[in-house]
Ligand binder design. Sequence first.
Ligand code: NAD
Length: 316
Amino acid sequence: MPTSLVTGGAGFLGSNLCDFLLARGHRVICVDNLDTGSLENIRHLKNGVNFRFEMLDITGHYEVDEPIDFVYHMASPASPIDYARLPLHTLKVGAYGTHNTLGLAKKHRARFLLASTSEVYGDPLVHPQPESYWGNVNPIGPRGVYDEAKRYAEALTMAYLRQQGVDTCIARIFNTSGPRMRPHDGRAVPTFLRQALSEKPLTVFGDGSHTRSFCFVDDMARGLVLLAESDVHEPVNLGNPDEMSILEMAQLIIELTDSRSEIVFEALPVDDPQVRQPDITRAKQLLGWEPEIDVREGLRRTIAHYTKVVAEPASR
Ligand code: NAD
């Protein structure tokens, strides 16, 4: 039975990845400092014989006292409101956290996957974004702490591959949503869902014409595992190429939740990318991966989860 270490395993993506790996027959060691994650996300796994949780901060030195085959490095603040609140920590996670986790992969001769992001492309001047595009990032803007931490983490990962012989890969993750996103994490889908389900106005930034491409979390977990189990080293975009405007997403959520909410417009945040759409040619060719769950179906499944969460806000 292979053993996978998942850093940030109590977060949104990390906990869904833990579920996927356990269903695939892996033993899973989940580490998290619960900065933005929650024990609630892994409560259903707590008593499983093949699941172990360690509460620790990966920016400090850490060891794992059993063999590991795969390391999924998911830990990092990921939502703009989180990295605005934790700017230095975000940089430290990208630097020390990635360094420590790569060191662990080296020691255990494990395959290492970095959860990078479409934010390495910044506000892109090339559309859709292929992996060969180097990006248009503002290093000193409010998003710089996240974007540059991830760019540094990619450089560090390639250095460990080239100089230290660690078996690494890099997933450039585009907007992903689904069950366990925190209703108040500030990202578009959970915010709109929370607002629509409580019949409050949906707050769209700018005129809502900026675009995103939303991938459902189950597709993302499958893509991450396919990449980790491949022999690919170069970065691979993972995301849903179905692009839509933020206004269209707000309207779709109102329709699917049968909400009577109206849409209101607020100022666009600084450096918010205008467009975002992955070119997934490489993922298709190298991994045979593409999303299988369309936006409507993904939203239906997410709404089923959020209906419960919004009804029980005190437990979050
Ligand atoms: P999340 O905030 O739900 O999960 C991040 C997890 O990392 C949390 O559980 C948090 O407590 C943990 N963490 C943070 N700092 C830590 C530290 N120092 N030590 C241990 N644990 C720590 O966010 P998410 O959306 O699940 O994102 C997971 C990863 O995927 C991140 O690396 C993020 O950059 C990347 N990503 C996500 C998306 C997306 O759309 N969700 C898009 C691109 C990239």
